[in-house]
Design a protein around this ligand. Structure first.
Ligand code: PGA
Length: 249
């Protein structure tokens, strides 16, 4: 059986009290589910420490974004190194909202990826095409370019998992999830490209993200090249998140 990764991106949906309340609810309910999957929650930077404290032993807690310089005059940023000191395992890198809303470039994604690795954390690299790129027939090109830029001059550490999330931008928070065969096709391509760029010994783990819900999660994780999901909106309510988790058992 393949190892499953079920990750929750809370984005900026919850305020501090709501984040802590959700974490408390999860702490009460998740252990009883006897899940086999690896769980991680990505809360806001503000609620990070409180959520991590609540979810100790229940789920990993990671940042939605990091900065690559360890310390200094970078107002508003939190460095990868700061998270490392909190014993953090996973960090999101290159989420499409970072790329498209905050204009994070492929080169910046590359810097963040390296910073996460240097901080001894496992990056969860997000890639995916926009609707325009899909309509213009550029999906493969975009995926390849994002991976090529992210891994440029990088030797993947032997002891680090490579986790890549295929998140078509047009499927994020739109309710319009990607066709299963297409998600599997791009996951297989991502797998192939990543191995081609980093070497055959690297075994990429590919997840899907984009309007994942309780009624479609099982179909995604049953695809041969998909090992889990990154869930946004549906992970921010205890009922839908627990329903998603139950579908993975
Ligand atoms: P969504 O978000 O599940 O709300 O579509 C997924 C993501 O952006 O990671």
């Amino acid at each position: 059986m393949k190892e499953l990764y079920i990750f929750a991106n809370w984005k900026m949906y919850l305020n501090h009290d709501e984040s802590v309340a959700l974490a408390r609810d999860l702490k009460k309910k998740i252990p009883g589910l006897k899940l086999a999957a690896e769980l991680a929650v990505f809360p806001s930077a503000l609620s990070f420490v409180a959520v991590q404290k609540e979810l100790q032993g229940v789920a990993e807690v990671g940042p939605q974004n990091v900065y690559w310089v360890d310390k200094g005059g970078y107002t508003g940023e939190v460095s990868a190194m700061t998270y490392k000191l909190l014993n953090v395992h996973y960090a999101l890198v290159g989420h499409s909202e970072r790329r498209h809303v905050f204009h994070e470039s492929n080169a910046e994604v590359r810097q963040k990826l390296e910073a996460v690795l240097n901080a001894d954390m496992t990056p969860v690299l997000c890639i995916g095409e926009t609707l325009r790129e899909r309509k213009d027939g550029e999906v493969e090109e975009v995926i390849e370019a994002q991976l090529r830029a992210a891994f440029m001059d990088l030797t993947w550490p032997k002891d680090k998992k490579l986790i890549i999330v295929y998140e078509p931008v047009w499927a994020i928070s739109t309710g319009e999830s990607c066709d299963l065969d297409e998600a599997e096709r791009i996951a297989a391509l991502t797998h192939k490209y990543a191995k081609g760029l980093l070497g055959k010994s690297v075994e990429p783990v590919v997840l899907y993200g984009g309007s994942v819900r309780p009624d479609n999660v099982a179909a995604y994780i049953s695809q041969p090249h998909l090992s889990g999901v990154l869930v946004g909106g549906a992970s921010t309510k205890v009922s839908t998140w627990l329903d998603i988790l139950k579908e993975t058992i």
